[in-house]
Design a protein around this ligand. Structure first.
Ligand code: BGC
Length: 521
């Protein structure tokens, strides 16, 4: 009988390789991030297109024309316009809660399929929109799609990946998000130039392409062994595990998965279960990580970069171009994180990224404050000024892209034990969507009132989140996903919430009895 080789601090090491099979599978699944990214990138650009504003939001359009020389901070302040961007996130929030059940009972793949189909429907309606209500209905469908995809894809990746490469493979999801944003920014740049001003239809309808990719992907991908075991298909799951890991001897990992699944079967009320004391660390992370991720202020840049650059004096064209530049930085910096996450660890990236974002926010606030003051009337803006602002925004985006961006999805997906995984991931997604909604909804109003202070507001949260990571987030690099319990047990603060029997050393499975189940149930 194969027994997991104990390494170091009672860590297990399951045999298994980074097989071509698992690599291709994870790349395809990670493409589920494209729909989310495409949408993030598209909405900002579309709302900066005059023809789009004129058709659907004439009052904003008029105001923009009139105000162009007075208060720059307030030219886009419109609740209906922000509602267009942010309605999607409320829909995604609801969908991610429903997806919890689909993902748990019917498997990760089905949730991905729903995600693709709903998103596709939303793209069709949006591309064909004739009135604001069609835009909103379309966006709600897109939101449903994103809710399903973001709930299931990160879990799928973390379960599929051999644990030593889990960080890198999981960040494929964030990489797809950033590629989606970039592609959308580039398309906006060209579509905005189309004569007749109907380019926005292509931008919105183009969302069908990433939707079809995830739809087809979900049909051809294999299920994760964890999910198959959870649904009682033991023999198939063992075979699949052999295939994924590329070794015959998967007994140890298989047994642990079965044990985790048995523990999970005993849970009748997954939601109520989350409130147990032993899950306090997990719940804290499921709420705080997405909350902080959004309070970095990243989406101010992602949604409104063209608007923001316009505000600080760039022409329409230059604004879209600058958004493309930040988009490239976002993709490249995410790759750095793929390279480093399983080497340097999560905590290092979180802390370094936080520091970098903080410095940039301070510089950008100072630059904007110096030129725009409080009345929002900058006069003539020199070229060097624009370059400095774009440069620091790029360094800020890079900081986010190798820290809170990918880790905001990776860390939650790897810390939840199977019995709460699906429900806890839904909490993670819904908190993320809730704060994405709030930031999107109030940003333009905040810019109008807080002015350059807006950047200091987010900087304050970056300080808080770095302190939080420093004291409360344990390192999760290189620990098998069903073994994660030990990180809480040995943590200076969280140890008080988890009793020894909650997570016995070595995974908590009675080896001598052939792994008949965890001791803690
Ligand atoms: C966040 C998004 C953000 C994107 C930027 C993601 O991790 O969840 O809100 O727009 O990163 O790349």
């Amino acid at each position: 009988m194969a027994v997991g080789i104990a390494v170091g601090d009672n860590k297990k090491a399951y045999p298994g390789n980074l097989t071509p099979f698992v690599t291709v599978t994870c790349i395809v699944a990670a493409m589920g991030g494209l729909i989310f990214g495409y949408d993030i990138g598209i909405s900002g650009g579309v709302t900066a297109m005059p023809s789009f504003l004129k058709k659907f939001f004439p009052s904003v359009y008029r105001k923009q024309q009139e105000d162009s020389i007075s208060n720059q901070y307030c030219q886009y302040d419109s609740q209906t316009l922000t509602m267009f961007t942010s309605s999607l996130y409320l829909a995604a929030l609801l969908a991610s809660l429903v997806a919890s059940t689909t993902t748990r009972k019917f498997g990760r793949k089905l949730s991905m399929l729903f995600g693709g189909v709903l998103f596709c429907a939303g793209a069709v309606i949006n591309g064909a929109a004739k009135a604001v209500w069609m835009l909103i209905v379309g966006r709600i469908l897109l939101g449903f799609g994103i809710g399903f995809a973001n709930q299931s894809v990160p879990l799928y990746l973390s379960e599929m990946a051999p644990y030593k490469f889990r960080g890198a493979l999981n960040i494929g999801f964030q990489l797809s998000i950033t590629v989606g944003i970039l592609v959308a920014n580039v398309l906006n740049y060209f579509f905005a130039k189309i004569h007749g001003g109907w380019g926005w239809r292509l931008s919105l309808g183009g969302a069908m392409v990433p939707a079809l990719i995830i739809t087809v992907g979900s049909l051809v991908l294999p299920d994760t062994p964890n999910s198959m075991i959870e649904r009682g298909q033991h023999d198939e799951a063992r075979e699949k595990l052999r295939r994924i890991r590329g070794v015959e001897d998967v007994d140890e990992e298989f047994r642990d998965l079965v044990a985790a699944s048995e523990a999970s079967m005993k849970i009748e009320h997954p939601w109520r279960n989350l409130l147990q004391r032993k899950y306090r660390p997990h719940m804290t992370m499921a709420v705080m990580i997405p909350f902080f991720q959004q309070l970095t202020g990243i989406n101010v840049i992602m949604f409104y970069a063209p608007v923001l650059f316009n505000t600080i004096g760039f022409g329409s064209n230059a604004s879209l171009m600058s958004a493309v530049i930040t988009g490239v930085v976002n993709v490249v910096a995410t790759m750095v994180s793929i390279y480093g996450v399983d080497k340097w660890g999560r905590r290092f990236l979180f802390l370094e990224g936080g520091f970098q974002m903080l410095i940039c926010q301070a510089v950008v606030a100072a630059c904007i404050g110096a030129k725009f003051g409080i009345n929002g009337n900058p006069g003539e803006l020199p070229k060097w000024y624009a370059i400095v602002v774009v440069l620091f925004i790029c360094i800020y985006v890079a900081g986010f892209a190798w820290s809170w961006g990918p880790l905001g999805w990776l860390v939650p997906s790897e810390i939840f034990p199977l019995e709460i995984r699906s429900a806890a991931q839904s909490i993670n997604v819904s908190v993320n969507m809730l704060f994405t909604f709030i930031v999107a909804q109030i940003f333009l109003t905040m810019l109008c009132h807080l002015k350059f202070g807006l950047f200091l507001f987010f900087a304050f949260f970056v300080v808080l989140m770095s302190i939080f990571v420093y004291y409360f987030l344990p390192e999760t690099k290189g620990i098998p996903i069903e073994e994660m319990g030990q990180v809480w047990k040995t943590h200076w603060f969280w140890a008080r919430y988890v009793a020894d029997e909650d997570y016995p050393i070595g995974g908590g499975y009675e080896m001598t009895k052939g792994g008949q189940g965890p001791k803690n149930v």
